[in-house]
Design a protein around this ligand. Structure first.
Ligand code: SF4
Length: 156
């Protein structure tokens, strides 16, 4: 099960002037979300995996599969159909620890500089959510971000 932030309204794309394309490819909503996060929102694969609540390997598999399908459709003039059932829109998420890590990560500077000692912002956010490290260990966090994270931690 993946978490997705975008569920498309348009789910069929057909080559112009070809009413009956030779073939259609089925792109899943989960694959589209992986493409959106990495290629449009420019998240790292680790960040995108966290946002979708999956492992990096699963994210990479979705991304690889999505890129190949889209390129095949464009090169061959095939129809693209989007569907899926293995996802939960963010708005339906409950209060879980992973939600907290995600909310905390959103408030970090995303420099992935490692100055906090955790290598990147995703790992740091997970540790903060577990209350294993204080959010002010991030060298570049804003005062506003710090206050918001402290509020998130208070309700845990
Ligand atoms: S110091 Fe802050 S910006 Fe740098 S990796 Fe850690 S959390 Fe991210």
């Amino acid at each position: 099960m993946r978490w997705v932030g975008f569920v498309p309204h348009i789910t069929r794309f057909q080559p112009f002037g070809i009413p009956y394309p030779a073939r259609a490819i089925n792109l899943t909503i989960e694959e589209l979300e992986a493409l959106r996060l990495v290629d449009l929102e420019h998240l790292t694969q680790e960040e995108a995996a966290m946002v979708m609540g999956v492992s990096r390997k699963t994210l990479w598999n979705d991304l690889k599969s999505a890129r190949e399908k889209v390129v095949r459709a464009l090169v061959n003039g095939w129809e693209i159909r989007i569907s899926g059932e293995n996802y939960i829109p963010y708005r339906e998420l409950g209060e879980t620890k992973r939600d907290k890590a995600f909310e905390i990560w959103r408030l970090l500077p995303h420099r992935n500089c490692g100055a906090c000692g955790y290598g990147n912002c995703v790992e740091f956010a997970k540790q903060v959510a577990e209350k294993k490290v204080s959010p002010d260990a991030c060298r570049f966090i804003t005062k506003e971000g710090l206050e918001k994270i402290k509020k998130i931690l208070e309700v845990m």
